[in-house]
Design a protein around this ligand. Structure first.
Ligand SMILES: [Zn+2]
Ligand SMILES: [Zn+2]
Length: 253
């Protein structure tokens, strides 16, 4: 039996969510669906074709900044080793990569069809790193929260959509509603490191509930790492623990 709210129309009970899904499926099959990069037709509601995804595979990436590495081991570039960036950062692509900048298009241009291929690429990288023993399996995923007044303007929290897609694909629970963004902040774009830290000071709040351990924080793009660091610090102050950061793309220097 399909779940969802029932409405009565012309004397017939209609399951709204069931019919909305049916309409979405018909539209997806009938409307032209083309790759965001090469404009070739692609299937399954994906915004990228298999050729572009295969050609764009960047190989091993640093677990501190996501810059390409000539070989996986020792997992981090010289800069990250010297800066002691030990908490793993896993990204599907460097941001300045043909596929990496598309991670920003999900939020900015509302290209939700890019979610499945980019999340799938990140999930594949995470699974490969698990098999190699390079990163631990997190206990749960937690997306960077959005202020409640911003949600109606955008219509979705892109980080939550990414976390849910990864959670489904990797069979990891997604924690929702435990951390809130309690005040509006400036757009981080264009701010210096100090300004970014000041902008996020006291922005997040953890609500009452069980202790959260071994979390992976999830976002679309990591630019300077300030958002992840601020969220992790807020969680740590309340007795919770973060083991790693996941993002679709990294612009870390
Ligand atoms: Zn393509
Ligand atoms: Zn690095």
């Amino acid at each position: 039996m399909c779940k969802g709210s029932l409405v009565r129309l012309d004397g017939v009970d209609m399951n709204v969510s069931f019919w909305l899904k049916r309409i979405a499926n018909v539209m997806e099959r009938s409307l032209p669906n083309r790759c965001f990069l090469c404009q070739q037709p692609c299937t399954g509601g994906q915004g990228l074709c298999d050729v572009c995804l295969d050609d764009g595979e960047p190989g091993p990436l640093c677990l501190g900044c996501s810059r390409p590495l000539p070989a996986p081991v020792p997992w981090r570039c010289g800069t990250c080793l010297s800066k002691k960036r030990w908490r793993p950062l896993v990204c599907a692509y460097p941001y300045h990569h043909p596929l990496g900048y598309l991670a920003g298009a999900i939020k900015i241009h509302r290209r939700l069809s890019l979610l499945p291929p980019l999340c799938n690429a990140l999930a594949q990288r995470i699974e490969a790193l698990w098999q190699l023993g390079a990163i631990p399996r997190p206990g749960a995923l937690l997306a960077v929260p959005m202020h409640k007044d911003k949600l109606p303007l955008r219509g979705f929290n892109h980080s939550v959509l990414i976390a849910r897609a990864l959670g489904r694909r990797l069979n990891i629970p997604v924690i929702e509603g435990r951390v809130i963004k309690q005040r509006m902040t400036l757009d981080q774009h264009g701010l210096s490191g100090t300004q970014r830290r000041q902008n996020l000071k006291g922005a997040f709040r953890v609500t009452e509930g069980p202790t959260l351990n071994n979390l992976a924080l999830v976002d679309d793009v990591i630019t300077t790492g300030t958002t992840f660091a601020s969220l992790a610090a807020t969680l740590r102050r309340e007795g919770h623990s973060v083991s790693q950061y996941w993002a679709l793309a990294s612009a870390l220097k």
